[in-house]
Design a protein around this ligand. Structure first.
Ligand code: V0V
Ligand code: CO
Length: 140
């Protein structure tokens, strides 16, 4: 299956503080910011690279509430890597192919993601302990 790394999601207590840290350390540019109520996050995308099939990013995530996925993660594990997102050409097709292999899909259908992408999550327990996101980037 064609895949690339679209982004690494990092759980943060303070989004602005971590934007300052990552942009200073690695000279990354913030290319998008969004509040995603459905996912319970306030997030920022910092560009690592551009490519024809879609770029790659660090995604910094601050929870909107303690009972959201990122809020619970922070309470349990503290700040750090929260998920890895694979870029795929067609998220619905990737969901069905991976679902057929017995991996639990956390979404029945694709959801709205950062920068108008379409996203779906796979259960971490079925992917070696890694919360995995599938991303179909918006057409540019
Ligand atoms: C939980 N677990 C993880 C994990 N979160 N393992 C690895 N990475 C993570 N991030 C483990 C946890 O330690 C438990 O293992 C087990 O999975 C079940 O977790 P839980 O605490 O009982 O359950 P919840 O209620 O915390 O749910 C966990 C899941 C939930 C993964 C099901 O967080 C979820 O549905 N996430 C998908 C949505 C999401 O994360 N959205 C925020 C990013 P033990 O202790 O039983 O061994 S939004 C985003 O990326 C956007 C918008 C974008 O990219 O555009
Ligand atoms: Co993400």
């Amino acid at each position: 299956m064609f895949m690339r790394i679209d982004h690494i999601g990092i759980a943060c207590n303070d989004l602005e503080e971590k934007i300052a840290l990552f942009s200073e350390l690695f000279e990354l540019e913030v290319v998008a910011r969004e509040v995603n109520e459905e996912q319970g996050v306030k997030e920022a995308m910092l560009r690592i690279a551009d490519a024809d099939g879609g770029g790659s990013y660090i995604q910094l995530l601050e929870p909107l509430s303690p009972d959201s996925p990122v809020g619970k993660f922070l309470a349990k594990r503290g700040e750090g890597v929260h998920h890895v997102a694979f870029g795929v050409p067609d998220v619905a097709e990737a969901m069905s192919k991976i679902g057929d292999k017995g991996v639990r899909l956390l979404d029945e259908r694709p959801r709205h993601g950062s920068m108008d992408s379409r996203i779906a999550f796979l259960h971490p327990k079925d992917v070696g302990g890694m919360l995995t996101e599938l991303v179909q980037a918006a057409k540019s």
